[in-house]
Design a protein around this ligand. Structure first.
Ligand SMILES: NC(=O)c1ccc[n+]([C@@H]2O[C@H](COP(=O)([O-])OP(=O)(O)OC[C@H]3O[C@@H](n4cnc5c(N)ncnc54)[C@H](OP(=O)(O)O)[C@@H]3O)[C@@H](O)[C@H]2O)c1
Ligand SMILES: [Zn+2]
Ligand SMILES: [Zn+2]
Length: 351
């Protein structure tokens, strides 16, 4: 298959810094869209994957799944997009399209979903490579339309941080006056606050960081609870319909389960792995409380969110960086030193 060599940024080993190298992008097939990448958000998953935190990374890795760009080429059979359209690609670039999950617009739960990076690229028989690159070629079924009225850099994090928190808000039917709590104020957490507030919920943030109280309120939180303060945690018992936990590392979920009301659900989106300490079932049984997980969102739901953001003028709070500053950005993300999402100006890779 004909390919084009383009510049990208990635890594060849878990302990190595990200650096520039070239990757191949396929020529558009009938149903493909070629995108000139303008902006790419930096997700904590990019860092987990580059550093093999989940033990499944194959190198080289080119991270990036919060992609916004302009259409530069379309295949002969493409009907949804034309040259110059502002489009986006999130965490998925393909799935089997025939299983029950795919038919239910839940491609993220398809057994054969293809991640934007680190998935299997059937066209080139390599790993898929993500948005830290000049261009990307994606089947139109996995390309999203970006509202033209909104800042294209600020919308990029909606493609992962946004949809990962929107999907549980929708699934657990959050509406006006729902009591929602968010654990951790980072990329996912700040989108969760904005989106839950836009749905009319009463929103509380649990944070380790007392210096984030003002920011959380400006983002739309009604209340902030410092999670390391036992007295504040005690006062929060039995209140929440839904808690979205975005913390990336193993931590004790039990204190948060206690703050759910009867029938409440704690949805873990941040941490992937065994719990330590273990879950105590007593409050779950005594109050029909649930602990659940959730993975990003399907294509239709992501488009729904982009349209919702266009309508309500919601974007992420971002700090724009140059491609060459990505290693410093990762170190800062590990220290929670980002307000609240880095977005790479991809022009900086071209020049
Ligand atoms: N389920 C999915 O589909 C999905 C999708 C995207 C990302 N993720 C995962 O979600 C997690 C969060 O991603 P992100 O991009 O939002 O990360 P982030 O920007 O680094 O934010 C994480 C936040 O968690 C809190 N935190 C960090 N370390 C902590 C620790 N050791 N103990 C307690 N709290 C801690 C901090 O908030 P405070 O300072 O306020 O406490 C921090 O700002 C990552 O693990 C990522 O891989 C999952
Ligand atoms: Zn992500
Ligand atoms: Zn499927």
């Amino acid at each position: 298959m004909k390919t084009t060599s383009v510049k990208a940024y990635g890594t060849e080993a878990p302990e190595a810094d990200l650096k520039q190298f070239n990757i191949n992008r396929r020529e558009v097939t009938t149903s493909d869209v070629e995108i000139d990448i303008l902006w790419c958000g930096v997700c904590h998953s990019d860092l987990h994957f580059a550093r093999n935190d989940w033990g499944m990374t194959q190198y080289p890795v080119v991270p990036g799944h919060e992609i916004v760009g302009k259409v530069t080429k379309v295949g002969a059979g493409v009907s949804k997009y034309k040259l110059g359209d502002l489009v986006a690609v999130g965490c998925l670039v393909d799935s089997c399209r025939t299983c029950a999950n795919c038919k239910d617009d839940l491609e993220q739960y398809c057994g054969a979903w293809v991640g934007t990076y680190g998935g299997y690229d059937k066209h080139l028989d390599t790993n898929t490579h993500g948005g830290y690159s000049e261009t990307i070629v994606v089947d139109e079924a996995f390309v999203l339309s970006v509202p033209e009225n909104i800042d294209p850099a600020g919308i990029a994090p909606v493609l992962c941080a946004g949809i990962t928190t929107w999907s549980p808000l929708r699934h657990w039917k959050v509406e006006k006056d729902s009591k929602v709590a968010v654990v951790g104020l980072g990329g996912l957490g700040h989108m969760a606050i904005k989106l839950a507030a836009a749905l009319g919920a009463h929103v509380t943030l649990f944070s380790r960081s007392s210096n984030k109280v003002q920011d959380a309120k400006a983002l739309g939180a009604d209340k902030v609870i410092i999670s390391t303060d036992e007295a504040q945690m005690e006062q929060a018992m039995g209140q929440f319909d839904l808690i979205i936990d975005t913390v990336p590392y193993a931590h004790d979920l039990n204190p948060y389960v206690g703050t759910l009301n009867t029938n409440g659900t704690l949805v873990v989106v941040g941490y992937l792995g065994p719990l330590d300490p273990m879950l105590v079932t007593v409050p779950m049984i005594m109050g029909r409380k649930a602990v659940a997980g959730s993975l990003i969102g399907g294509i239709a739901e992501t488009q729904e969110l982009l349209d919702f953001c266009g309508k309500h003028n919601i974007t992420s709070d971002i700090e724009i960086i140059k491609m060459r500053d990505i290693n410093t950005a990762y170190e800062r993300m590990l220290k929670s030193d980002v307000k609240y999402r880095f977005v790479i100006d991809m022009k900086s890779l071209k020049s």
